[in-house]
Design a protein around this ligand. Structure first.
Ligand SMILES: Nc1ncnc2c1ncn2[C@@H]1O[C@H](COP(=O)(O)OP(=O)(O)OP(=O)(O)O)[C@@H](O)[C@H]1O
Length: 328
């Protein structure tokens, strides 16, 4: 980790804009984006398709230059000092891209470490350390093609950690993972934050944002539509998931037992079968107590939980707003 003052923001984006193409084909991906990520903080960068998230991550990782504005990582300018920025930064773009299935996890780490200009001695020391950090020691010498999605995602993270970055760009860390794998990956990410790593996270899942981030930056058509604490964001979103309870026979008497920690209910009934959606405002043990109270004593056949995708939240929040303003 680089010796920076705790007062220096880990990421500092000031008035960034990016235009692609020329004249008739011109597309303004970013108009005016300003925000900071403090040392040891996790900020979720959110926005619907085409909002500008990828463009911003590319600017921060020095792959793309901005058309205007400045981006700094640990105080280093992404355009003037790209090498220093790359030294401070770990970039984890997950999914199935980029790993070599026929190589072991250890050999993938060696390969990417060498591309990242780490020396042999450094790699000998770092590889076991990052394998331990992401809990892949036991699988280190297995071919990656035998890995689950969660293990692959862990390996991506390990590669991003090889250079001991103090800032991580984490793109969709839990996409395609089952709930257990997703939760265990989140715990690894939280452990990194506790070690002081600053993280800019993009995700389509509210649960990731809720469990990981302290603050939210919401992009819409290339401008920051909203910046707020996680508490404020989830309050505005209203609910974290849809729980669908299906049963047969007598409906629970919801009028007699008005729901508490659940925001709304929708009831569907066909013949003898019924289906009720409830929307918990947040995940807590109280939600399960409340579900037990509402549905105790009726014939429940199954319960399904669908974590809310952020698109649903944006549907209510991504109105035109500031995005209508003229580009600078
Ligand atoms: N190389 C490019 N040439 C032209 N237009 C581009 C280019 N890259 C991005 N854009 C446009 O810039 C806008 C922002 O794209 P960007 O990929 O940054 O959005 P995003 O928020 O990452 O979306 P998604 O969630 O769909 O990945 C879009 O309108 C996109 O079509």
């Amino acid at each position: 980790m680089s010796p920076v003052s705790p007062a220096t923001p880990a990421i500092e984006v000031a008035g960034i804009g990016r235009v692609f193409g020329r004249q008739a084909q011109e597309v303004t991906a970013l108009r005016e984006v300003t925000f900071e990520v403090a040392q040891g903080e996790i900020v979720a960068l959110l926005g619907g398709n085409g909002a500008g998230k990828t463009t911003l991550l590319k600017i921060l990782s020095t792959v793309l230059t901005p058309s205007w504005g400045t981006a700094r990582v640990q105080g280093f300018d992404a355009v003037e000092q790209p090498r220093r920025v790359r030294e401070a930064l770990g970039v984890v773009f997950g999914g199935d891209r980029g790993l070599y299935g026929r190589l072991s996890a250890r050999d993938n780490l060696r390969y990417f470490g060498m591309l990242g200009e780490l020396g042999r001695a450094q790699l000998r020391r770092r590889i076991p350390e990052v394998l331990a950090q992401v809990h892949l020691e036991q699988a280190a010498d297995r071919r990656v093609e035998t890995f689950s999605k969660g293990m692959r995602q862990r390996l991506h993270l390990a590669i991003g950690l090889l250079t001991r970055p103090s800032v991580l760009l984490l793109d969709e860390p839990t996409v395609g993972l089952d709930p257990v794998e997703a939760q265990s990956l989140r715990e690894t990410v939280l452990a990194l934050r506790d070690e002081g790593v600053a993280i800019l996270l993009t995700s389509h899942y509210l649960l990731d944002v809720e469990r990981l981030a302290q603050r939210v930056v919401l992009l819409h058509e290339g401008v920051v539509k909203q910046q707020c604490s996680l508490a404020e964001f989830t309050r505005q979103v209203g609910h974290v998931a849809t729980v669908t309870v299906r049963g047969t026979g007598v409906l629970p008497d919801l009028a007699a037992r008005p729901p508490q920690d659940l925001s709304t209910l929708a009831v569907r009934q066909e013949g003898d079968s019924w289906e009720i959606d409830v929307w918990p405002k947040e995940w807590s043990a109280d939600v399960f107590t409340e579900l037990g109270r509402l549905f105790g004593g009726v014939a429940v056949r199954d319960v399904r939980v669908q974590d809310m995708r952020l698109e649903e939240a944006f549907a209510s929040q991504s109105g035109p707003g500031r995005a209508e303003e003229a580009a600078p």
